[in-house]
Design a protein. Structure first.
Length: 229
């Protein structure tokens, strides 16, 4: 009986010891792939819309609406605390809204915002929960610009163009390790993103070339599932 109790006690101690072993969450040489929902919420503002025929159109501007897409990011752990990350996503599509004109639906655009950041992970590598902060650079390319029916017919506009953008990006988030390979993540980016938007009018006596500078400056929020390998 005593031998049985001793074996049970030793087994219990061994199990508790194993359970108490820290999980190695992130260490140098690891790759982490995360996929999830990425919501881009522009903190947009713009200059007054300027017409080559009429000059500055007082009280006008452009707003950029939210969009959610599949977000993908890949992290390489350079050290136990420093990781280099690439953000990618399926193309975001934003509705463009006019302010101060006789119509509000200006059109839409798509963009891809690849972003590279260096992230510092706080705490020891055996922590199951690792918060982090980072900074890096963003490149945004705009494409598939479309003008609304009202913009094309009321102002005779065509050839909407948004210039590509370079800017700084700030990064923050937290990884929660479920087991050796899988983790969940909640995170954000704040991106400096600005573009020059222009279109032309084909109407005789129309507004000519219209231009404005748009500060998109989105907050991007992402909830994702990650795999470490």
């Amino acid at each position: 009986m005593k031998k049985t109790l001793l074996n049970v006690a030793l087994t219990s101690v061994a199990l508790l010891s194993v359970a108490a072993q820290p999980v190695v969450a992130h260490e140098a040489g690891d790759w982490i792939l995360r996929l999830g929902a990425a919501a881009a919420q522009p903190d947009a503002s713009s200059s007054i819309i300027h017409s080559s025929a009429l000059g500055a159109l007082a009280g006008t501007g452009v707003d950029v609406k939210d969009n959610t897409q599949l977000g993908i990011n890949l992290v390489y752990m350079v050290t136990n605390n420093l990781g280099v990350e690439l953000l990618a996503a399926t193309p975001f599509e934003h509705d463009l809204k006019a302010e101060g004109l006789s119509f509000t639906d200006l059109g839409s655009t798509k963009h891809l915002p690849p972003t590279v950041t260096a992230n510092y992970f706080f705490g020891p590598s055996n922590s199951a929960i690792r918060p982090y902060l980072g900074v890096g650079v963003n490149y945004t390319t705009f494409f598939s610009e479309k003008l609304s029916h009202a913009a094309r017919n009321e102002l005779g506009l065509h050839s909407l163009k948004l210039e590509d953008s370079w800017g700084l990006a700030w990064r923050g988030g937290v990884d929660w390790e479920i087991n050796t390979n899988w983790l969940v993540n909640a995170s954000f980016w704040k991106i400096d993103m600005e573009t020059d938007a222009s279109a032309r009018s084909s109407l005789e006596g129309g507004v000519g070339v219209v231009k404005t500078k748009v500060d998109v400056d989105p907050w991007v929020y992402m909830i994702s599932l990650g795999y470490k390998f």
